[in-house]
Design a protein around this ligand. Structure first.
Ligand SMILES: *Cc1c(COP(=O)(O)O)cnc(C)c1O
Length: 403
């Protein structure tokens, strides 16, 4: 039954939505139906990698829409081969399976890891070790992998085969490896978990541990991939390559698209008939995925992301120095940045909204900034001045309260 505070809606009540209706967007800007302009540092939670209405994506979508949208994976889809070849050329991967979302890319990753051990004569190896604070999606298997009680509660028995260890606890990790362990799954930077980076030496340590124990290393780069950190993929800064990797969000630039990448060896069990998808990798999605790569792989694009990141991070650090009562710490890499707040992160996000700037909450009381990667230096400056105004206003309010 609808309550007084929640007017009747035909939608599931799963989201506490902000009272904002956006009608159009251009670059890093979003405009509401009543004409208010917001600086979009939420970026569709790392999806709008090239901002809104990017001319190359719009042209590609229109062009492909007039040719062919969808054919079944029962037929050859040239765009898949092209996108897979380009991703393989730029990463550790040899093989790709296209999906519509991050959770589906992870489901494919889990199945790939389990099948690898199955065809290697170790069918008992099916368990995957994950880390506290992780987020891997909202399907039954991915909530089990993420291990967060708030997402598991009330949905029946947790899908078996996921063992969680505390973030950064090497002894617990070693102790969790048993004869049934198939793989270790990690986000190089926990996004939802509070913009918590795994140091490069730890990724290298995980790689060595997997090699020593005969385990597969799976990265979840759904949020961190496709240029977000100033590398095509976040782990590439460490040199520690995975066997399997889930990618989504930024690779579609707003079109639903994900991919599970794997080495030839890791994908060896995924033979004809073992997995499938109806929509995944259709011609429309592939045209757009390839168009996103046209931009992201162009000369100078990663340098731009790194340059904007440096400016943004330095200016946020300056705010942290001047308002230690509100900002505890600045975190993150590239354009996946967060500030750990000393006030409730939701209060800061509301104050940012007053300044017409959009941001997203994350765990550990963090406010996350995921601007489109095409943000300019002037727009970074504008964003920082709005963030400073919001922080200053909260700081003043807290001084008043304690006076
Ligand atoms: C968003 C996200 C997912 C889930 O992706 P969906 O497209 O929502 O299924 C998985 N892992 C990480 C790290 C994410 O940020």
């Amino acid at each position: 039954m609808p309550t007084d505070s929640q007017p009747s809606s035909p939608l599931y009540s799963t989201y506490a939505r902000a009272d904002l209706r956006f009608e159009r967007g251009a670059g890093v800007w979003l405009e509401t139906d009543d004409g208010r302009r917001f600086l979009d540092l939420a970026g569709g939670v790392a999806v709008n990698s090239l901002g809104h209405a990017h001319p190359h994506l719009v042209a590609t979508l229109k062009h492909q829409a007039e040719k062919l949208w969808h054919v079944s994976n029962l037929f050859e889809i040239p765009g898949q081969k092209r996108l897979a070849e380009r991703l393989a050329a730029a990463t550790f991967a040899d093989k790709a399976f296209f999906t519509n979302s991050g959770a589906e890319a992870l489901e494919c990753a889990f199945k790939t890891a389990r099948r690898y051990h199955y065809v290697s004569g170790n069918p008992e190896r099916f368990r995957i070790i994950t880390f506290e604070g992780a987020f891997h999606g909202r399907t039954l298997a991915t909530i089990a992998a993420g291990g967060q009680a708030k997402y598991l509660e009330g949905f029946g028995p947790k899908v078996d085969g996921f063992d969680q260890v505390p973030f950064g606890d090497h002894a617990a990790l070693k102790a969790a490896i048993g004869p049934e362990t198939a793989a270790i799954l990690v986000e190089p930077i926990q996004g939802e978990g509070g913009v918590r980076s795994v140091p490069p030496q730890c990724l290298r340590g995980l790689r060595e541990l997997c090699d020593a124990e005969g385990l597969l290393l799976i990265y979840d780069e759904v949020q961190t991939g496709v240029g977000r950190t100033g590398q095509l993929f976040a782990h590439q800064a460490s040199g520690a390559e995975p066997d399997i990797m889930a990618v989504a969000k930024g690779i579609g630039g707003g079109f639903p698209l994900g991919v599970c990448l794997a080495s030839e060896e890791a994908a060896r069990g995924m033979t004809a008939g073992t997995h499938g998808t109806t929509y995944g990798g259709n011609p429309l999605a592939m045209a757009i995925g390839n168009a996103v790569l046209d931009v992201v792989l162009a000369d100078g694009f990663m340098e731009h992301v790194r340059d904007m990141s440096l400016r943004f991070k330095q200016q946020l650090a300056s705010i942290a120095d001047r308002y230690p009562d509100i900002v505890e710490e600045v975190r993150g890499e590239g354009l996946l940045l967060g500030i750990k707040a000393r006030v409730p992160n939701t209060a800061l996000i509301l104050e940012l909204r007053v300044q017409k700037l959009l941001a997203v909450p994350a765990g550990d009381n963090v406010v996350r900034f995921l601007p489109p990667l095409i943000i300019s230096a002037d727009e970074v400056r504008e964003a920082v001045s709005r963030i400073e105004a919001a922080v200053a206003s909260l700081s003043l309010a807290s001084v008043r309260k304690s006076a």
